[in-house]
Design a protein around this ligand. Structure first.
Ligand code: HEC
Ligand code: HEC
Length: 377
């Protein structure tokens, strides 16, 4: 054998060993995505029934993650196509009858201890389901510690509340009922009141075909909240190609919005990234954080004073602003960002913007263009 031939064999062997070394990796990938998982491991793909339900609200398609996606009635921000269809839990499909029951509950003051407060008291439809009081006011005039947020497009949201402490809408909607500062009614008592009412009894029976329960109360309320959508704003028409939908000033405002990195957190198309940031609203240099926000849930030091980015859709209807309702107008909010927020050790990505006064005004006008149509069942 010549020296050259022996090198060729050595190289061929080396390449062969290298190629063979990939086979176990390919196998194990197939194992987790398609075949049965290795013993002791939980399968990552949850099986969903193959049937496709077509309730009156739209087409529901099973997906891999135990959720069904629905293309429901009502407005949606455009460009919410494949990636932005609303995930609906498989055990709580949307139906018109269920949303109608949820609606009735949402407006019913009997879900509060003294019959004075309904969900809609703090989440007013005309204000994109927000509230014009600085802080929420519950039964007996009790003042809570945070401002009532708008409830639009929450079905697209990931975690709920300013600090994200509720994982699902079903988990969220019962909490205001029993919260002493909000409706202050133990859930058992709420169920008793509903059970004593003939029309509720028959509505629950029709929708769920089983005895009244806390879980089904949550399902009905969550379904109604999911039906609340906002879209079709002048801004949406503009990005869809109608160049006359925004005034020149609003178009300049849009440039200021993009140039000032507002869209990094208030990300399109929902104008929220559903993440937590510290803009310093809760920060006081003398006394520290008035509200620790996300830290209460995560216990991560960096989250101290962080809050969920609120959507900017319909924002012109939802004054006052921020988790504590401390800023009265959109002009105040723009002023706040112009100074770089209230800097503290957990503030990220904010810096003084030093905008010209016309730019500030244009930015406010742009924010106003995000108000469109709010639909709810
Ligand atoms: C007393 C006023 C008040 C009442 C009554 C009330 N809420 Fe709220 N709601 C709030 C406040 C304040 C928050 C934010 C609280 C927080 O983040 O700690 C909130 C948050 C929410 C959120 C989360 C929104 C988001 O962006 O994460 C949902 C959903 C919601 N409420 C639904 C309801 C439903 C359903 C009812 C009736 C069962 C109800 N609320 C009753 C004041 C109220
Ligand atoms: C680093 C992320 C981030 C950036 C950048 C950012 N925001 Fe915010 N924005 C938030 C968070 C978080 C809140 C809620 C803060 C709180 O309540 O403590 C908020 C609140 C708001 C609100 C109040 C909404 C309401 O319903 O209360 C408006 C309006 C707003 N931002 C507009 C803007 C504009 C305009 C810009 C660009 C100049 C901007 N934001 C840049 C994260 C951000």
């Amino acid at each position: 054998m010549t020296r050259r031939a022996s090198w060729r064999i050595r190289w061929t062997l080396l390449v062969a060993v290298w190629v063979l070394s990939f086979i176990p990796t390919i196998r194990s990938q197939q194992g987790t995505t398609q075949g049965a998982p290795p013993a002791g491991q939980i399968p990552t793909v949850i099986q969903v029934p193959k049937t496709i339900q077509v309730p009156p609200t739209g087409i529901q398609v099973p997906t891999e993650r135990g959720l069904v996606r629905t293309a429901g009635r009502g407005v949606r921000p455009p460009r919410l196509l494949a990636d932005m269809t609303m995930p609906i839990p498989t055990d709580n499909p949307m139906t018109d009858a269920k949303a109608a029951l949820g609606r009735k509950l949402f407006f019913d003051k009997r879900l509060s201890a003294d019959g004075s407060v309904a969900c809609a008291t703090c989440h007013e439809p005309a204000r994109a389901f927000a509230d014009n009081r600085t802080l929420a006011v519950g039964v007996h005039g009790r003042v809570g510690k945070r401002h009532s947020p708008a409830l639009i497009n929450r079905g697209f949201g990931r975690l709920h509340f300013w600090d994200g402490r509720a994982d699902t809408l079903e988990a969220q909607v019962l909490l205001p009922i029993s919260d002493p500062n909000e409706m202050d009614l133990p859930i058992d008592e709420a169920l008793k009141r509903l059970g004593d009412d003939k029309s509720y009894r028959s509505a629950f029976e029709t929708v769920f075909a089983r005895p009244l329960s806390a879980d089904d109360l949550a399902r009905a309320l969550a379904t109604y909240v999911r039906s609340i959508r906002s879209g079709e704003s002048p801004y949406d028409r503009f990005v869809a190609g109608d160049t006359s939908a925004l005034t020149e000033e609003q178009q300049r405002g849009r440039e200021v919005f993009n140039r000032s990195a507002c869209g990094m957190c208030h990300r399109e198309p929902l104008f929220t990234d559903e993440r937590y940031w510290n803009t310093g609203v809760a920060w006081n240099p003398e006394t520290g954080y008035a509200d620790t926000g996300r830290y209460e849930v995560s216990k991560i030091e960096r989250d101290r004073g962080s809050f969920k980015t609120p959507t900017l859709r319909e924002v012109a209807r939802t004054a006052p602003y921020m988790h504590d309702g401390s800023l009265a107008t959109l002009a105040d909010v723009v002023e706040f960002y112009d100074k770089g927020g209230r800097q503290n050790r957990n503030t990220l990505f904010l810096r003084p913007l030093k905008l010209a006064s016309e730019d500030k005004q244009a930015l406010v006008k742009f924010l106003e263009s995000l108000s469109g149509v709010v639909t709810a069942r």
